[in-house]
Ligand binder design. Sequence first.
Ligand SMILES: CC(C)(COP(=O)(O)OP(=O)(O)OC[C@H]1O[C@@H](n2cnc3c(N)ncnc32)[C@H](O)[C@@H]1OP(=O)(O)O)[C@@H](O)C(=O)NCCC(=O)NCCS
Length: 171
Amino acid sequence: MRRMREDTRPRLQGVPDPAFLIRRMTREDLPAVMALEKASFRNPWSLELLQRELSHDWSIIFLLEEPSSEGGRHLLGISIFWIVHDEVHVLNVATAPEHRRRGVGRALMDATLAEGRARKCCLATLEVRKSNEAAINLYKSFGFRAVGVRPNYYVDEGVAPEDAIVMVLDF
Ligand SMILES: CC(C)(COP(=O)(O)OP(=O)(O)OC[C@H]1O[C@@H](n2cnc3c(N)ncnc32)[C@H](O)[C@@H]1OP(=O)(O)O)[C@@H](O)C(=O)NCCC(=O)NCCS
């Protein structure tokens, strides 16, 4: 059953909600994933980019859903990552704005890193905006450490370019 806003049950730190379901994305999920991308990023991934990811053997997109009150499933978050040789490269993690701070991002990162370990990877890497405190905290809580900076990596129309922090986790 969907957890409603007035639910006052305490959330156990670090324990995923038992209603969370994680599965791989398929083409049928494209509209819901596009909507989540648009709600989460100033520069969301395009339909073409997502379609291309679905066709790459090395690319995995995990969706986190929970049962909805209408009887179907509701998309709460996504993670997009590549498995290349012995490395998991995390490209994108996003939680629907109205479901943040419920452990969705943590559950997705957990599943992403578990997939990497299962495929015998020995490290995980990612880039994150210098100002993205929420994401940096999330990654640090898994043991990622900052190893470098890519100056002016994010170039968006109408705003100053922003540096990327490069983070690494050794398994
Ligand atoms: C970053 C993001 C994915 C986190 O998702 P989330 O589902 O809210 O995260 P969780 O509830 O699992 O939180 C896990 C931990 O992340 C950190 N965190 C999450 N949101 C935070 C915030 N607003 N401020 C500070 N730390 C935060 C905390 O350490 C948190 O642990 P805690 O709740 O025990 O304190 C989410 O804020 C998001 O979608 N942001 C927009 C998209 C984005 O920037 N993605 C990252 C691209 S690199």
